[in-house]
Design a binder for this molecule. Sequence first.
Ligand SMILES: C[S@@+](CC[C@H](N)C(=O)[O-])C[C@H]1O[C@@H](n2cnc3c(N)ncnc32)[C@H](O)[C@@H]1O
Length: 261
Amino acid sequence: MPDAIAAPPKGTRPEGARSEDDASRQVREMFTQIAPRYDLLNHLLSMQLDRVWRARVARRLRPTLMRPAARVLDLCCGTGDLAFSLSRSAPARIIGADFSHAMLVRARAKSQSLPARSSAIPASPMPFFEADALRLPFADASFDLITTAFGFRNLANYEAGLREVHRLLKPGGTLAILEFTEPPAGLLGDLYRWYFRNVLPRIGSLLSGDRAAYSYLPASVSRFFRPAELASLITAVGYRSVEYRVWTVGTVALHTAIKSL
Ligand SMILES: C[S@@+](CC[C@H](N)C(=O)[O-])C[C@H]1O[C@@H](n2cnc3c(N)ncnc32)[C@H](O)[C@@H]1O
């Protein structure tokens, strides 16, 4: 019998989740649980590459970030690291949103001690909002740029997430999604897969005390779209100029797209 063709994922489904609401609730509880150790584990398990990836995203988005009037939303912002990278020496007005209160408490605390962005832009705490990415409390066409790093994969409904971002972007505004992806076959890819599926969950579980969260990570990445599939979905939702680039032997991908004028 031929292998069954896997249906494209509609949204994340942590083990045992019975519905979208249930999946969302489980994801929120999981991130709330690991919030105290989130930053430490992020930097440790990625061997500091997470900082490099966020800095690269900021570099790519620099033309928008350098406009003082640009309004930027970092979605699924967690403890704020992408939002802080975007704000480094850039005058755009950046805010973050996430549905885990515990993650935002850390983002707010970190934002209190941000250095001045430049001699012309004094330090000021960044605003953070507690909100679900599928139902955001902002008016249509509010933002020039909406980013999300390692958050999109966790949405309970990917198409609904892309539509909500589309609603919030101004015409001509940019969407940028940074996500983990499965590396291609080959020695490096296989080595990474072994690390991601065997070593990372053990260290994550040991240091966070949450075994499920760090088993969920590789499981959710392997269920998630390959970069070309995500690009097709973004196009199907109505964005134009959809592009992606993969980094670090194909383990992360940055998708960018524009809302039509
Ligand atoms: C892996 S963390 C990424 C955090 C941060 N962007 C970073 O780069 O470190 C994923 C974040 O997405 C948030 N998240 C997941 N689903 C969400 C949703 N539906 N609405 C808002 N936040 C969500 C989680 O609470 C968590 O803080």
